[in-house]
Unconditional design. Structure first.
Length: 290
């Protein structure tokens, strides 16, 4: 079965840039580069990926695009550009020429309440219309009302919700998250990534059964055609190996039809991000060195 990892990161570790690697995430204070990605995806039989920004930096976006151009394993990049900047449309015009740029993201989970209502930010999102670029929504569950208002302002824009909106898994809470997820999923231009769940639970003591109720909720809300698998590697390594996560996903989708399984494990990501299906040589390097 085709496996596409719709959400992972790459980074060259710098203490100042990655100061959020604290607590359980402190074990991730090192480089995670393409060679590391190739090793774990090979073990998990993942044939293509989407690299997602981890820093709000144009320089990181350019770096990720360079890596994607040199490595066919990376099918697309969700980067960062200054959406609130008045000069954003001109910058967007330059970056959209990069074939592997498939979307943009801002770390809204770290912003103050009301950020998604900001006029300048919404003007930036409006500029994405007609480009084919997706916008990835990174929020905590407490920001879902704000996200619903935000999405409703842009009915022609494709959105992908990261990490199922980060519910309070460690506390075992389902509401109001489940109700608001169902409301957001009524917007057919919104897709959802099954990712980031281990770190919202207790990374040391989580179980697949504990997480499954959250998976079942987004499965019912979005259906397989708008649900996609992602790892959140290397962040997931704080509590789960890459290969184990794909085994957990495989077990969760096992009761579904072959078509539904194929959607979640790869086809939805190809569709939402308009990716080219990977070739069998995805793990081989191009002549250009990464």
């Amino acid at each position: 079965m085709l496996r596409i990892d719709a959400h992972h990161h790459l980074w060259q570790y710098d203490p100042a840039a990655y100061d959020w690697l604290e607590g359980d995430l402190a074990v991730l204070r090192r480089d995670f580069l393409v060679d590391d990605l190739k090793q774990v995806t090979r073990e998990a039989k993942v044939s293509g990926t989407v690299a997602v920004q981890a820093r709000q930096s144009v320089e990181e976006t350019a770096w990720l695009l360079q890596l994607a151009a040199a490595n066919p394993l990376i099918l697309g990049v969700v980067g960062w550009l200054p959406l609130r900047d008045p000069q954003f449309p001109a910058q967007l015009e330059m970056y959209r020429q990069q074939k592997t740029l498939v979307g943009l993201r801002h770390v809204v989970q770290g912003e103050t309440p009301g950020f998604l209502d900001d006029g300048a930010f919404n003007a930036g999102i409006t500029s994405l219309q007609g480009t084919g670029l997706v916008y990835d929504v990174l929020i905590f569950e407490r920001q879902l009302d704000e996200a619903i208002r935000f999405v409703d302002r842009h009915p022609q824009q494709v959105f992908v919700l990261d990490h199922i909106a980060k519910p309070k898994i460690a506390a075992g809470e389902m509401q109001p998250w489940a109700h608001k997820i169902a409301e957001l999923a009524e917007r057919e231009n919104v897709f959802c990534k099954v990712s980031g769940m281990v770190t919202e639970a207790d990374p040391k003591y989580w179980t697949a059964e504990q997480l499954k109720v959250y998976f079942d909720t987004v499965l019912e809300a979005f259906t397989p055609t708008r649900l996609m698998a992602g790892s959140d590697w290397p962040v997931i390594c704080a509590g789960c190996s890459y290969k184990r996560w794909w085994t957990v996903l495989e077990e969760w989708v096992a009761p579904l039809s072959p078509d539904e399984q194929a959607d979640i494990m790869g086809r939805t990501a190809l569709s939402a991000y308009r990716l080219q299906e990977p070739t069998p040589i995805a793990h081989q390097e191009k002549e250009i060195s990464a």
